[in-house]
Design a protein. Sequence first.
Length: 86
Amino acid sequence: RYHLFGMTVGYAQKMESSGIPGRVQISDVTHTLLEAGGHAYDYEERTVDMEPEESPVRTWLVNKSNARKAIHIHKKLMEERCRQLS
């Protein structure tokens, strides 16, 4: 018997089964990318227990966007876009 999907599907299944209805849960890697990109969200750190022989994995719940920071990022992106079109 072959296991066709590997760790990715197992990780996604654990993320889904440990999620909270109505909340967005993201991986630690996605959190790092959003933070590095200056995206304006509030996060709540949590851990997800994977398989018994593996250590828990850090995940994040996205709470809400920070409206002022989001507007600032949007304005900056629009200014850059206008300069590119000029």
